[in-house]
Design a protein around this ligand. Structure first.
Ligand SMILES: Nc1ncnc2c1ncn2[C@@H]1O[C@H](COP(=O)(O)OP(=O)(O)OP(=O)(O)O)[C@@H](O)[C@H]1O
Ligand SMILES: [Mg+2]
Length: 420
């Protein structure tokens, strides 16, 4: 490499004012981009569904379609396409819209991983869209203050009010009376059956609040184990599943959400650094949750616990890591994997999932393949969720151990100082 005879020195010094200026300038640009590419939240619409897709989603036959279309869309010229509401009405008309069985509980699935950028948010969004399209009632929660999921769901950050977010729930760790005043309200989305709790930066502050409440007194430490559960129980009855996206950390709020969850899904890109990060995640889960268990004298289990490869490509390292992860996590490492695909990136640049974009907007073939990958993963998740529901029905609605009050006063809260 050649070198200039007389190098020019350029200062790149910056201070807090610069950071604030960048944030405000960038937020303005992003808002303009969202306004240009992305209709207002209220005007957002789900794409329409063709006959083939509706029959695949519902498992019904062409004669069902003909009967329904004849009575609901009679006289229409050209190809009939259904809105997502109509897809669900079609399922309901023939009594095939799925839901949790009577006697089973709403299943809370948290999507977590220690390493940033592993694919948590993509996985949460796509599973939620898949499950809602299938007809399940789904509550999607952005539990990450970064709010990536919130942006992908079409929200502008300035439009999110803290009381609409989990910050309102986290605040109740030491103010249980507030639950009456302002229960967190899930927001309707443009997808029938899917509601949403957005995130905002205020949730970073919640972490200090939860941590200090946990340390302050045995009473509030005891509430750590139940306070999210209390809030979710108030709102989740109408849903089959609650999907929670988390931040790449073992913060107190992330741990509290994991504690409140029934199941855990860990997305894992099949490369060695991410495999190692997943082992670290496993270690941290084992150690930190064991401290929580010991302090409260409760044994916590999650069902299901699923490790799924996402952002896969076809390299030798991928094959190596796939075999290592199967060896390590056994049947918890599911075969279904999600390829690395520009379809996800292209859909995300329109603030959408691959379930929302149309063939006119992005390459139809690659987004169909991308959808099929999450279809298969969602199917696998549903198999294990179905077995949890079947067991609950068989056990006569006995709630998993997570919901029981801690038997003993927490005694070791101070030993959790290093958790966050
Ligand atoms: N299957 C995929 N193919 C291609 N790109 C992907 C795929 N999944 C995720 N990405 C991209 O990888 C990046 C990280 O994904 P994502 O935001 O889902 O990760 P994350 O684990 O939620 O990150 P964070 O830890 O910051 O919350 C994003 O830019 C996303 O568009
Ligand atoms: Mg994320």
């Amino acid at each position: 490499m050649g070198r200039d005879a007389s190098p020019t020195f350029v200062s790149l010094a910056a201070g807090t004012k610069d950071f604030l200026r960048w944030a405000s300038h960038g937020q303005g640009r992003l808002a303009a981009l969202q306004a240009a590419m992305n209709e207002p939240l209220e005007a957002r619409q789900m794409r329409l569904f063709r006959q083939k897709e509706v029959l695949e989603l519902s498992g019904l036959k062409p004669h069902h379609w003909r009967t329904w279309v004849a009575s609901h869309r009679a006289g229409e010229v050209g190809e009939v396409r259904l809105t997502i509401e109509e897809v669900h009405q079609f399922m309901e008309a023939f009594k095939v819209r799925p839901s949790k069985p009577a006697g089973a509980k709403t299943l809370r699935l948290v999507i977590a991983q220690l390493k940033g950028g592993a694919g948590k948010t993509m996985t949460t969004l796509h599973l939620a869209h898949n499950l809602a399209c299938r007809g399940y009632r789904v509550l999607l929660i952005d539990g990450d203050p970064q709010g990536t999921l919130t942006t992908l769901c079409g929200w502008r950050s300035e439009a999110v009010r803290p009381e609409q977010t989990m910050a309102a729930v986290f605040e109740r760790i030491d103010s249980p009376e507030l639950i009456e005043e302002m229960p967190v309200q899930p927001q309707k989305t443009h997808i029938d059956g899917l509601d949403f709790i957005p995130a905002s930066l205020e949730m970073i502050g919640s972490d200090f609040l939860v941590a200090s409440a946990f340390m302050s007194s045995p009473a509030s430490a005891r509430r750590f184990y139940t306070f999210i559960d209390e809030d979710l129980k108030r709102i989740e009855g109408a849903y089959d599943l609650v999907l929670i996206d988390t931040s790449p950390s073992f913060s107190f709020t992330a741990l509290a959400m994991m504690w409140a969850a029934d199941g855990l899904l860990v997305p894992m890109p099949p490369n060695l650094p991410d495999y190692r990060a997943t082992l670290d995640f496993s270690q941290m889960m084992g150690e930190n949750v064991a401290k929580l268990e010991k302090a409260a004298n409760i044994t916590k289990t999650w069902d299901p616990v699923i490790f799924a490869h996402v952002r896969s490509d076809l390299t030798q390292t991928t094959a190596l890591v796939r075999s290592l992860s199967a060896d390590t996590f056994g049947t918890h490492r599911v075969e279904e994997s999600v390829p690395s695909s520009s379809a996800f990136v292209n859909a995300a640049s329109r603030f959408r999932s691959v379930y929302e974009v149309t063939g006119a907007e992005v390459d139809a073939r690659s987004s169909r393949r991308a959808r099929e990958a999450y279809d298969a993963l969602a199917q696998r998740v549903l198999q294990s969720v179905g077995s949890v529901w079947a067991r609950q029905v068989a056990e006569g609605q006995k709630r998993p151990v997570v919901d029981s009050e801690p038997a003993a006063e927490p005694t070791e809260s101070a030993s959790l100082v290093g958790v966050a």
